[in-house]
Design a protein around this ligand. Structure first.
Ligand code: 1QQ
Length: 385
């Protein structure tokens, strides 16, 4: 071989050996598409931490049927286009057995069709909009949908504050905030709570004064907010600046401690629904919280808990199948093993249920889990008793 040729081939050889040592043949590659930068990183970083913690635990206990789990983590930036790119990379280039994520429902509606077409499970741990699992039989989620969370939350908030009428504010260009709005609207009608006014904003808005001035004039007892955390926090702050004291009611989007980093004490008395509570002192949750604090030096949140549980759900499914090494077959075997998995995790007892039927279409699997209701007090989520 000529010297020149060796020089040309050397980087390739180095690359190949590097890849080989990073992932030896028996590793089970699991992809994670998460928003690690941008506004949704408030959720995505917690998600990544939850997955890393659980993967370390499974591997420290010997892996799954002797195979180590290898997480391939990519930043989808909370953007649809990036979620599509990252799903394609994880599925076709990295040849992941399954892909977790993406962080936002808005991105899942763009990326999950790729996974369903390729017959690879797309497992959402934070996608709560209606219709996510209608995308196909390879879409799974352990996140509890807004349709299950918001009726319970609204009922508890109405009772707690003696609410007679509410105003609504929501983001009208995000799949999650829009879906949450639809659910709130139906819920308020069912529970016979009149709506004084409905105001909308767009992704990235920072000034909500026009909408809040209208809400103030309509004199509601509480404000229903179908919002992601950063917008919710700014809305709450600006409400107080206008001299309004009404409590807020929200869904999954409000369950990040980042809410309090921005809104500080103004976030107090906000009522939100979640499948997870730090006050749930089951052995599994206590172990999760302690291990998370030890590894990351901070308290976990709902998003970390759901990611952690999702990894354990997939590990349980993998234990039931014998991987053949033929990727297409193994991906389908995993999809078929997942629906029957139940675990007792950080979020409590977990099981899947088949998504509501859609004519002419195969559907995926939703979370069968109860929502609990939290109230914000002193920068913490406290169980509403
Ligand atoms: C969704 C959500 C967000 C709160 C995810 C972080 O539930 O986009 O479905």
């Amino acid at each position: 071989m000529q010297f020149k040729t060796i020089l040309k081939t050397l980087p390739l050889l180095m690359l190949a050996s590097g890849l080989a040592s990073a992932a030896h043949a028996a590793d089970v590659k699991l992809g994670l598409a998460a928003a690690l930068t941008g506004p949704a990183a408030k959720y995505g970083v917690a998600i990544k931490n939850g997955f890393s913690l659980a993967a370390d635990e499974v591997n420290a206990a010997g892996g799954v049927n002797g195979n180590k789990l290898l997480l391939v983590i990519e930043d989808e930036q909370g953007k649809k286009e990036e979620a599509i790119n990252v799903f394609k990379k994880l599925i076709f280039k990295d040849k992941a057995l399954l892909v977790f994520g993406p962080t936002l429902s808005n991105s899942a509606f763009a990326a999950d069709p790729i996974a369903n077409a390729a017959k690879v499970v797309a497992f959402g741990t934070s996608n709560t909009a209606d219709g996510i699992t209608a995308m196909g039989p390879f879409t799974f989620r352990n996140s509890v949908m807004e349709a299950d969370v918001l009726p319970v939350t609204t009922r508890a908030a109405v009772k707690h504050f003696g609410i007679k009428k509410v105003a609504i504010i929501y983001g009208n260009d995000d799949a999650f905030t829009k879906s949450g709005y639809d659910v709130f609207k139906g819920t308020l009608a069912d529970q016979k709570i009149p709506v004084t006014t409905t105001e909308a904003y767009a992704k990235g808005d920072v000034d909500f004064k026009a909408q809040l001035t209208k809400i103030k004039a309509s004199n509601p007892d509480a404000i229903v907010c179908s919002c992601l955390t950063e917008e919710a926090a700014n809305i709450i702050l600006q409400t107080r600046a206008l001299g309004m004291k009404q409590p807020f009611i929200g869904g999954n989007g409000l369950n990040s401690p980042k809410l309090f980093d921005i809104a500080k004490g103004a976030g107090d008395d906000t009522i939100m629904g979640s499948p997870w509570s730090s006050e749930n002192l089951t052995p599994a949750n206590k172990a999760f919280i302690a291990a998370y604090k030890a590894k990351f030096g901070s308290d976990p949140d709902q998003f970390a808990a759901q990611a952690y549980d999702a990894l354990h759900v997939v590990a349980a499914a993998l234990k039931k199948i014998k991987l053949s090494g033929a990727l297409d077959k193994d991906r389908i075997a995993l999809q078929q093993a997942l629906p029957a998995v139940t675990i007792d995790g950080a979020t409590g007892k977990f099981a899947f249920r088949k998504a509501p039927p859609v004519t002419g279409k195969e559907v995926g699997y939703d979370a069968q889990q109860e929502a609990i209701v939290n109230i914000a007090k002193g920068g913490k989520f406290i169980l509403l008793k």
